[in-house]
Design a protein around this ligand. Structure first.
Ligand SMILES: Nc1ncnc2c1ncn2[C@@H]1O[C@H](COP(=O)(O)OP(=O)(O)OP(=O)(O)O)[C@@H](O)[C@H]1O
Ligand SMILES: [Mg+2]
Length: 507
């Protein structure tokens, strides 16, 4: 690395999308052996900057330098060939190819001119073992695995490729604690080997746990680059938001909350091979928080409740009357709503506009013979866009052009527009910045106070604790504990998840 002081640098970068300024005059410099956090609210320009550094986009002005030499990468593969490994925000692997093929995408070993399948499978097995992923079958289709596993595969792939720079755009959004720890070990190791690492996340704890310096963007402008040793959490948040906000951790238990009458009850509801039968009562004006590691059965429970994977045992009652929920349309007809975890696969319809994405569930509920006209659609889209502060240049803009966090808000708006009595939210604040985060939490509180029954799956314990009147804990595809009152606090939840002392948390 001779006497180079920076591994990768961007100077005076500008990027415009039509009228919209995504980046204005951005300087960014990466030192070898540092973890550099790139922070900013949704839409600040973080992913755009990464795409410019790696040749996925080309800047309208400014230059990129690799070890002090100007470079102009044609595309991410070209950047990859120069030792820059990247995990983009939305995992862009090939779900219908095998895990092994994905791991070696674009650099498959060949034998007599043919892809050497055996070899990539063997190397994939070794590689997966290094990340503690022994239980993943390299020959299986990648798409058969959860978002978290896919994310880890994407990370493993990028790490293998990164000779000089590793860029991770929200890699931890769908990972559980253990997986995050494992990733941090890998990062520490690469750092010790002198790699420069860019780390984008909305989890401030993670920034403070692992990063050396931080660069903050706001609305496409550079706010500053600072060593983290000189920053407090409040400093960072203030720089991101450009205003002083009171930042409350919200860890205090709410105790026993008044709830309304019983709305939905699940009795021995389960699905073979997916989730052990569970029983749960949900009242109006109540939030049930669902905690548990990824893969513990949280999402499976949501999908059973909403009829996507219908239950094959037990009973579901709505207002005391047994109902049959065999499909999502049954659920919608009964006033259920569901915001899924994986917005890319189950949520957004990229080519449709923000307006269309918002009204689509309501239209489905009304039936296609009662088509909402454009004015109605605009009114509804406008109302929810304002309520959730969705930032889009126009409601007619394709949703795929919105930043990740704003897309998430559109999906929430979609379900709120159907005015559901019972709403299931799977990780509603995943990948969302601090400001939008607070808004979503406020929205959950407001919906609950207006009498809605909610089930909220979340990995953010401080947050679950702040709005739930009861918390159910999932472990190994089974509902293992129901916590109330004083037990609604992060340390008890963690114990229950970890199965540390079952006596202490018996509900
Ligand atoms: N291809 C595109 N066409 C038009 N606008 C775009 C495009 N890509 C990004 N934008 C806009 O540029 C801005 C910056 O987007 P970017 O994805 O870089 O934000 P981000 O900081 O990564 O946000 P998030 O935390 O939500 O992922 C946003 O306003 C976004 O809507
Ligand atoms: Mg982004």
């Amino acid at each position: 690395m001779a006497d180079t002081s920076y591994t990768l640098q961007a100077r005076g970068i500008c990027k415009y999308f039509g009228e919209h300024t995504a980046l204005q005059d951005i300087d960014f410099a990466l030192r070898p052996g540092e973890v550099h956090a790139l922070l900013g609210e949704n839409g600040a320009g973080k992913s755009t900057l990464i795409k410019i550094l790696t040749g996925a986009y080309h800047p309208d002005a400014g230059e990129v330098l690799l070890e002090d030499r100007p470079v102009s990468f044609r595309d991410p593969l070209h950047a990859q060939a120069h030792g820059i490994g990247t995990v983009y925000q939305e995992v862009n692997l090939l779900p219908n190819r095998s895990v092994a093929e994905n791991l070696f995408l674009g650099r498959q070993p060949t034998r007599f001119g043919m892809v050497d399948k055996r070899r990539i499978e063997r190397e994939a097995t070794e590689l997966l073992a290094r990340y503690g992923l022994d239980d993943i079958d390299p020959r299986a289709e990648l798409g058969a695995y959860s978002v978290a596993v896919q994310q880890i595969v994407a990370i493993a792939r990028a790490v293998e490729l990164s000779g000089k720079v590793l860029i991770l755009d929200e890699p931890t959004a769908s990972l559980d604690r253990n997986e995050v720890e494992k990733l941090f070990e890998v990062i520490a190791d690469l750092k010790a080997r002198g790699l420069a690492i860019v780390f984008i996340t909305h989890f401030l704890d993670q920034v403070f746990a692992i990063a050396d310096r931080v660069t903050i963007l706001r609305n496409g402008r550079l706010i500053g680059t600072e060593p983290l040793t000189e920053m407090s959490r409040t400093d960072v948040v203030r720089m991101m938001l450009g205003k002083d906000i009171s930042f409350s951790g919200g860890t205090s238990a709410v105790g026993e909350r008044e709830v309304g009458e019983l709305l939905v009850s699940f009795r021995g509801t389960g699905r073979t091979g997916s989730l052990q039968p569970f029983s749960l009562d949900i009242h109006k004006g109540e939030v049930i928080g669902v905690a548990g590691l990824l893969g513990s059965g949280r999402t499976e429970m949501a999908r059973i409740m909403f009829g996507i994977d219908p239950a094959d045992s037990g009973e579901i009652r709505l207002n005391g009357t047994p109902v049959s929920i065999q499909s999502a349309s049954d659920a919608i007809a009964h006033g259920f709503g569901f915001c899924p975890e994986d917005r890319k696969a189950d949520g957004i319809i990229g080519d449709l506009s923000v307006r269309e994405n918002i009204v689509i569930a309501l239209q489905g509920k009304l039936g296609w013979f009662r088509a909402l006209n454009r004015d109605d659609q605009l009114e509804i889209a406008g109302r929810f866009a304002e309520m959730l502060d969705i930032r889009a240049a126009s409601p007619d803009m394709p949703i795929k052009l919105l930043s990740g966090g704003n897309q998430q808000k559109v999906i929430l708006a979609r379900w709120l527009a159907t005015d559901p009595g019972f709403l299931i939210l799977d990780e509603p604040t995943r990948g969302i910045d601090v400001g939008a985060h607070a808004e979503i939490v406020r929205t959950i509180n407001r919906l609950r106070d207006d009498g809605m029954a909610l089930v909220v799956i979340s990995s953010e314990l401080d947050e679950v604790v702040a709005y739930s009147s009861r918390i159910v804990v999932m472990r190994d595809r089974e509902l293992v504990a129901e916590l109330r009152g004083e037990n609604i606090n992060p340390s008890v939840i963690v114990q229950a998840i970890a199965n540390q002392s079952d006596e202490a948390i018996a509900s």
